[in-house]
Design a protein around this ligand. Structure first.
Ligand SMILES: *Cc1c(COP(=O)(O)O)cnc(C)c1O
Length: 364
C-alpha cells in the first residue's frame, strides 16, 4: 500500500501472529490496533500500534459515566484483489451522530480513513476467506478526563480494533417478546451506538436465556405494543410476500444491513414496507400463515433467521419457513460484500486507498 510505514514493534507482532483454527465471533483480537487522540480542542493524526491494554484513568468519563460510542463494520477478503469495505461512509456518519449525542468530538474523515485503510491493509493476510467470515472492525471513542462531576470530557481517544471472525450466529434463533424491560426511550440514546444501550439490555437477555430463548425482541418503551428490534440487530418479517420492518424512530438504531436489504429487496421486485408494527398483529399474521418468515439483520450476524417467537412464560410459536427468503437475501448481500457478484449500488470500496475512502467520508 502506498505510504504505509509500520514501526518495528508492529512488524514483529505481525510476524509472530497466526490465525487460530477456530475463530468464533469477536473472540480473536488482532495483534495490532490504531489509536488517535483528541486534546487541545483538536484531533491529532493517529498510528498503528501493537495491541495492548489501555492505560485509562479509573475516574475517566467513559469509565464512570459511559461517555463512549462505537461502530461495527467489516473488511472482506476478496479473491485476487485488496480487501474491501462495505458502505464505510454509513458507519462514519453514524459514528459522528453517536459521538455528538454524547457531546464528544466526532473523529475527522482523515483519521477515520487513515485508521480503516492502514489497519485493514496491515492485516490483509489475516482476513479469513470463507463465505461469512471477515475482519470485524470496531471503531471506539472514549472520554478520558477524570472527574466525578457529571460533565463532558476535554480529551478523548479513538481506537480501531480488529477481530478476524466468523459470522455472529451461524444458525437460526429463538426470540422472546420482552414485556418488562425497555431498550430505548424517546429522547434517549436508542438511535445511536453507545455502550450504555447494551449494558441495559443484558438483564432481559439473561432472563430470556433462562427461559430457553436466544435474544429478547424489544417493544417500544412507551406502550409496549410495537416491535422495535433486537439488542444488536434490526427486525424484519415477510408478510404476504412483502418485506416489512419497523419504521425508524429515535428509539431504533438505523442499521446499514437493514438499509441495504430494503434496497436489495426493492431491486428484486419485492415490495418493502416500513411501518409501525404492533406485536399482536405480527402474532396473528404468523398464526394465520400470512407471515411466513421473520429474521434479524446486522453487520455482525448478517441475516439471522428466527425459528420461534414466544413469551417468557407462555405460548411459543414456530415459524413456517425458517430460511427461504432470508437465505436469498443473505446470499445477495454476501455476493456484493464478498465481491462475487456486481455491486449495482456502489457499496463496496477497496481498503488500499485512504484518499478514496476520505473522499467518501467528506460527503457525509
Ligand atoms: C449495530 C446495531 C444494529 C445493526 O446495524 P448494522 O449497521 O446493520 O450493523 C441494529 N440494532 C442495534 C441496536 C445495533 O446496535
Amino acid at each position: 500500500m502506498k505510504g504505509m510505514e509500520l514501526t518495528q514493534d508492529v512488524i514483529e507482532k505481525l510476524e509472530g501472529y497466526k490465525l487460530p483454527q477456530s475463530l468464533g465471533f469477536g473472540r480473536e483480537l488482532a495483534p495490532i490496533m490504531y489509536r488517535a487522540d483528541y486534546k487541545d480542542e483538536t484531533w491529532h493524526m493517529g498510528q498503528i500500534i501493537p495491541f495492548s491494554e489501555l492505560r485509562i484513568n479509573p475516574a475517566a468519563t467513559s469509565v464512570q459515566f459511559g461517555q463512549q460510542c462505537f461502530e461495527g463494520m467489516k473488511a472482506y477478503n476478496w479473491a485476487n484483489s485488496s480487501p474491501h469495505l462495505f458502505r464505510p461512509e454509513f458507519n462514519f456518519s453514524r459514528f459522528k451522530r453517536s459521538a455528538s449525542r454524547l457531546c464528544m468530538p466526532p473523529v475527522t474523515p482523515e483519521i477515520f480513513a487513515d485508521a480503516l485503510s492502514k489497519l485493514t491493509m496491515a492485516l490483509e493476510n489475516f482476513i479469513p476467506n470463507q463465505s461469512g467470515q471477515s475482519l470485524y472492525l470496531r471503531p471506539t471513542l472514549l472520554g478520558l478526563d477524570h472527574t466525578f462531576a457529571v460533565q463532558s470530557s476535554d480529551t478523548y481517544c479513538f481506537i480501531l480494533l480488529a477481530s478476524p471472525s466468523d459470522a455472529y450466529f451461524t444458525k437460526s434463533i429463538k426470540v422472546m417478546i420482552e414485556r418488562e424491560d425497555s431498550r430505548a426511550a424517546n429522547g434517549g440514546t436508542g438511535s445511536v451506538k453507545v455502550g450504555g444501550n447494551y449494558a441495559s439490555s443484558l438483564r432481559a437477555t439473561k432472563r430470556c436465556n433462562e427461559a430457553g430463548f436466544d435474544q429478547p425482541l424489544w417493544l417500544d418503551a412507551a406502550t409496549h405494543h410495537n416491535i422495535e428490534e433486537l439488542s444488536g440487530m434490526n427486525f424484519m418479517a415477510l408478510i404476504n410476500g412483502e418485506l416489512h420492518t419497523p419504521e425508524l424512530s429515535d428509539t431504533i438504531l438505523a442499521g446499514g444491513t437493514r438499509s441495504s436489504l430494503l434496497q436489495i429487496a426493492h431491486r428484486m421486485g419485492i415490495k418493502t414496507v416500513e411501518r409501525v408494527m404492533p406485536i399482536t398483529g405480527l402474532l396473528k399474521d404468523i398464526e394465520r400463515g400470512v407471515c411466513t418468515e421473520i429474521f434479524a439483520c446486522g453487520t455482525a450476524a448478517i441475516i439471522c433467521p428466527i425459528q420461534e417467537i414466544g413469551e417468557e412464560k407462555g405460548a411459543k410459536m414456530p415459524l413456517l419457513d425458517v430460511n427461504k427468503m432470508s437465505l436469498t437475501f443473505k446470499e445477495s448481500l454476501l455476493d456484493i460484500q464478498e465481491g462475487h457478484g456486481d455491486d449495482p449500488f456502489g457499496w463496496t470500496i477497496s481498503a488500499d486507498d485512504p484518499d478514496q475512502l476520505y473522499s467518501r467520508f467528506l460527503c457525509e
